[in-house]
Design a binder for this molecule. Sequence first.
Ligand code: AMP
Ligand code: GLY
Length: 445
Amino acid sequence: MKITKQQIGKVPQNRIDMKNITQAKDDVLVVGGGGREHAIVWTLKKSDRIGKIYGAPGNAGMGVIETGLAATDVDGITAFAVSHPEIKMTIVAPDDPLAMGLVDKLESAGVRAFGPKRAAAKLEWSKAYAKDFMTRYGIPTAEFATFTDAAAAHAYVDKCGIPVVLKADGLALGKGVLICETREAAHAGVDEIMTDKKFGNAGSSLVAEQCLTGYEVSLLAFVDGKNYSLMPTSCDHKRALDGDKGLNTGGMGAYSPCPKFTRELLALAERTVVKPTVDGMIKEGAPFKGVLYFGLMVKADNSEVKVLEYNARFGDPETQSVLPLLESDLYDIFEAVIDGTLDSLDIKWSDEKSINVVLASGGYPLSYKKGCVIDGLENVDGANVFFAGVKKCADCDKLVTNGGRVLCVHATAHDFATAKRKAYDNIAKITFEDCFYRKDIGAKL
Ligand code: AMP
Ligand code: GLY
């Protein structure tokens, strides 16, 4: 914002915000178009340093300039960022472009980018690499074996403990994990992943691992290569239906923080998991810069924390509960991550409780209808709506559904009971054909 001398003359001296006068605003490009990216954009908009926000692709509910570029269009995104020098940072949120090396490509083209390079994102895009990495650096995880040959994998599941967890090595839209309760199911699982290639090339190699029990916690950290700063813990709900029934989905809701995860457990996770991972990536020659997500399994008696998975990015839908608790400027944090100066920031989080519930299209995660008009959004009060699968209605001024996970309703409060009530009271105001959502997000809190 430019303020002329004349305008300054009219403002009492003590009311002039010097930051606004002296600091030009930066435009940014956010890669991705789901609820997670909307939460990132919503948080960035709180910064008085941010100008225009472009989305690649973005969505019609996010309040960004939609570029029409797919998140995986590595060349198109790079060309767009290069030809818009007013874009001072490109933030890469989803897993696929990170695995494709979008950050490497942007940096080579002289574009400032937030997110790990391909070699660091390997912690997510190769489960076999992640498991070997954890073995090399003594990071606690389930016992495992890796196979590139189906016959050897079959021979292993003939003898291994049951249940056994089978994982396609590569990215598989979060679906390449099979928990096999019987030996027959394990043999069928090996065939699905390695022979039938149900998850495509992700199944060229397979990780078989011991099935862990306990409860799951998502721990996210900003990492600048050598320093890290933890975010509040969170928990997502992966199954489609209440009571953790139904098919696995991309996530049906989340809450933050996770009250069961005590300070002692956090200290244990930092010492045995977070620090060794950050240090290990330096030793690997691939320092991690971006958001590192630790999917943890905690033993029911709280005696042990093990890593189930790494993600090289913000989680979805955890981010929609975590970021609203951030009191510091997210753009400052992104800059510090890129510049390796995270240790100079004192990042502040609210101690409120946060919850978000996904409203999905009937049939999700299988087939579902698109184009259903979403009504009632104007009545939402005291909650946030983060949009995912939506687009503009062709012949009305409303949004219509355009995906499986359509939107999520998020609320914060001093206690979880109030946050849940605020979220569910507002959900009742939103309607679209065949809408469904879980009624039990955070029910056990
Ligand atoms: P991943 O993509 O590796 O996190 O796996 C997806 C989900 O599968 C996890 O969030 C867990 O719910 C489950 N899972 C993965 N590995 C294991 C394991 N070793 N034991 C039990 N559950 C697991
Ligand atoms: N919520 C799990 C993920 O983002 O992969």
